[in-house]
Design a protein around this ligand. Sequence first.
Ligand code: ZN
Ligand code: ZN
Length: 342
Amino acid sequence: MKAYRITELGKPPVLMEVEVPKPGPGEVLLRMGGAGLCRTDLEVIDHGVEILPWRGPFTLGHENAGWIEELGPNVKGFKVGEAVVASAIHSCGQCEACISGHDNYCEFVSSRGLAEDGGLAEYMIAEARELVSIGDMDPCLMAPLTDAALTPYASIDDARHKIPGHGIAVVIGIGGLGTYAVQFLRELTSARIIAVDIDERCLKNALELGASDAVKSDENAFDKIMELTGGKGVNAVFDFVGNDPTMDLAARITKPMGTIVINGLGGGTLKVKWAYLKPGIDVKFSQGGSLSQLRSIVDLVKRGRIKVNVQHFGFDELYKALDALRNNTLTGRAVIRIDQSV
Ligand SMILES: [Zn+2]
Ligand SMILES: [Zn+2]
């Protein structure tokens, strides 16, 4: 089969011919339908991902969906031909975090497509435990749910108890993940949603998806948000940028007992200091979402509650899609269509 392999960190993926893998106990062989691309793929290509050490060459592609081609020994509850998404995180299923349902914080966390063989190939192996059935939905539409949608969903689901009635939540960065965050806040909470971004078009999009207010991310953002909240500040901030200015804004607008969830890999540092951060605030770095949360998202999308915005590319257009991702010229999440074009 054909596969886009990372053979060395710091080098682009190489299209190679490799053996179709054989599913072991508890695993299935997926015929790939679509694989979404994400900024973490660029990180892998440029220098590798810090928390996932290099273990040798692997196939890229961590937002994966397709059809079950073959069941390995001891697989229950799935049948050949069924359409599924595979979680981007590969957890062990046995550690303390996994057993308590927080498999996205697995002690032995790995990822199909970021450290071991992923889905930018004709076939991929995945553990049946980490698949979610998508019914008659198109795998090329559903693939990005496993990461682009799951990460913001988990951030909001895990923090929603911090948003009381009449609460206010802020989403900083209305890009691929932030647009989902606005929609999940709309679906899971009653919060008034304030969107913050540097781009007017992104702010307009946020208002269409359910935000109540849009604030341009500039030197006046703090004053504007305090004015909108009667000087009280907000209950929750979801930061999808994560640089110094956005973290500083988050710290200054969050009221006592509030929560700040940082998803963006912008490399910023959040100061923890008396009278700077209000008392009782929780700060959290979020990492993906659990398998149970992935199931919830699939349900929401199947019911038409969440708008999924994708831009499709053929299997031979990977480099073009990666360039578009790098240059910010995409109009939706890039998904490589695999089945029709190999
Ligand atoms: Zn990703
Ligand atoms: Zn685990």
